[in-house]
Design a protein around this ligand. Structure first.
Ligand SMILES: *[C@@H]1O[C@H](CO)[C@@H](O)[C@H](O)[C@H]1NC(C)=O
Ligand SMILES: *[C@@H]1O[C@H](CO)[C@@H](O)[C@H](O)[C@H]1NC(C)=O
Ligand SMILES: *[C@@H]1O[C@H](CO)[C@@H](O)[C@H](O)[C@H]1NC(C)=O
Ligand SMILES: *[C@@H]1O[C@H](CO)[C@@H](O)[C@H](O)[C@H]1NC(C)=O
Length: 462
């Protein structure tokens, strides 16, 4: 059965224009921020976000039912890869299956929000971002404007957004909601698009009511916006939503948002910047940013056919985290659960390896600031982070003679060098002009608490 939203005609929708807005979304202007980018961009980012550094991204939706290709399954099936996707569906599902027919099979029957929250905590995550709604339009909560295309009326018959939020809150993990502005095949959206985005049926009927509903119900710490790129922010009414969010909403003092609010907003407007997916700056950005990445390099949603060599290993995850934090970014690492709500053991293993590393080296990551130098490569590649006069130097290749030279720190007033997780302080020598030479522990490797990457803590850097 097709989602009913798809059968609704724009004219009918217009008549239904929600009364909701009259009471909630259009209060007299009363706040500090006006609905302009100049004003909204002047809001300081709530401090918790920069301190948190590490988050887990969860892509979960009806796309986990075919679990093939990527979370863009429906789009490819309807588009340029129609032949391959038709063949796939015919080989696995009854004749005449449509995308909407997948929804009842999105059962979430093994979804244990408390077990997920424990895993994310053990992974060292200080925040989690869940897809409340991806581009397919299916809402993982009982959105009153989604007709039956939501997780209460079909599939799980559960409030996935609410259940995960409650479990995370118990563990003091911040909760973010990913929300796609557009929906690939929603007829209201397609009508607006056809009208060159001069009409706003879809925005007024679907996007905005759902955004206000998500914030009011779940009080998220992050709105992670996406799917904005076909239309200008004026079509989405982004600035008036954000002014409400910052001035009036129940999360006005704590919420952070990203930068995907309409054409040309990315990397320019909003809260923290994502820029492109998997963005890697070459120099220290001047604005707070976040890098999102996925353990499955080829998909954000779960694919049942993923291969080992398509997955990031623990070492590449840690490297990405370290370089990101060194450049002042947060690291948001994605996993895609199955349609039953299982996080594949291979993803769990990767997350736990990250958590184990952070357990020892987290001091160099959480609440750290970028140092004046981000990276250098004398004996081996080093990434720096800092906390006041303490500088952390993280490296991935152990030098053969156990001696590590660092050229950037001025250690004239140096006090101590230690390696996180190793009990004794290390011998070091500071020679002005030549730099700092550190003798690493010469011990059997099994005594070292970890492999992959090590952190030197330099106390007393000028
Ligand atoms: C959308 O934005 C326009 C222009 O800023 C404003 O007049 C209108 O009231 C807004 N509508 C909603 C529902 O926010
Ligand atoms: C986006 O930016 C480009 C280049 O600055 C400009 O040509 C274009 O008109 C902008 N589009 C919108 C919708 O603002
Ligand atoms: C660091 O420098 C060494 C030698 O100068 C070089 O072999 C190595 O590839 C460099 N590593 C990186 C990550 O740039
Ligand atoms: C490390 O520093 C020491 C002392 O300054 C120097 O003798 C040695 O050549 C350096 N090694 C490298 C690889 O730069």
């Amino acid at each position: 059965m097709a989602p009913r939203a798809q059968r609704l005609r724009p004219a009918a929708a217009f008549v239904l224009l929600p009364l909701f807005f009259l009471s909630v979304a259009r209060p007299a202007f009363s706040g500090r921020y006006s609905p302009t980018w100049a004003s909204l961009d002047s809001r300081p980012l709530p401090g918790w976000f920069d301190e948190a550094k590490v988050g887990i991204f969860v892509h979960w939706g009806v796309f986990a039912v075919p679990a093939w290709g990527s979370e863009w399954f429906w789009w490819h099936w309807r588009g340029e890869h129609k032949i391959d996707f038709d063949l796939f569906v015919r080989s696995r599902f009854p004749p005449g299956t449509s995308y909407a027919d997948f929804a009842p099979q999105f059962t979430a029957r093994d979804f244990q929000p408390h077990a997920w929250a424990r895993l994310f905590q053990e992974a060292g995550a200080r925040y989690v971002v869940l897809t409340a709604k991806h581009h397919e339009g299916f809402t993982n909560w009982g959105s009153p404007v989604s007709w039956n295309w939501n997780s209460m009326d079909t599939g799980p018959h559960r409030d996935l957004v609410g259940e995960l939020g409650a479990a995370l809150t118990e563990r003091n993990i911040h909760y973010g909601l990913y929300h796609s502005m557009y929906e690939w095949f929603n007829p209201l959206y397609l009508a607006d698009k056809k009208a060159g985005f001069k009409t706003q049926y879809f925005v007024l009927e679907k996007t905005l009511p759902e955004l206000y509903d998500l914030v009011s119900r779940y009080k998220p710490d992050i709105i992670w916006s996406d799917g904005d790129w076909e239309a200008p922010d004026t079509y989405w009414n982004s600035t008036s939503f954000l002014a409400w969010l910052y001035n009036e909403s129940p999360v006005k003092d704590t919420v952070v948002v990203n930068d995907r609010w309409g054409i040309n907003c990315s990397c320019r407007h909003g809260g923290f910047y994502n820029c492109a997916d998997k963005y890697k700056p070459g120099t220290l950005p001047t604005h707070k940013w976040e890098m999102c990445s996925s353990i499955d390099r080829r998909s954000w949603g779960y694919r049942s056919d993923m291969q080992m060599d398509e997955l990031m290993d623990a070492s590449s995850i840690i490297k990405e985290l370290v370089s990101t934090v060194s450049y002042g970014g947060n690291y948001l690492l994605n996993i895609g659960p199955t349609k039953e709500g299982v996080i594949a053991p291979i993803f769990q293993e990767r997350l736990l390896a990250l958590g184990k590393w952070l357990n020892i080296n987290g001091e160099a990551i959480y609440e750290s600031k970028p140092w004046k130098v981000q990276t250098e490569n004398v004996t081996t590649k080093i990434w720096y982070t800092s906390k006041a006069a303490t500088v952390y130097a993280i490296f991935f290749i152990w030098p053969q003679d156990n001696v590590l030279n660092l050229s950037s720190p001025d250690f004239t007033a140096g006090k101590q060098v230690t390696m996180l997780g190793f009990p004794e302080s290390l011998k070091w020598q500071w020679t002005p002009g030549k730099g700092l030479q550190v003798r690493l522990p010469s011990t059997v490797p099994s005594i070292l608490p970890l492999q992959n990457a090590w952190t030197l803590k330099l106390v007393g850097v000028e």
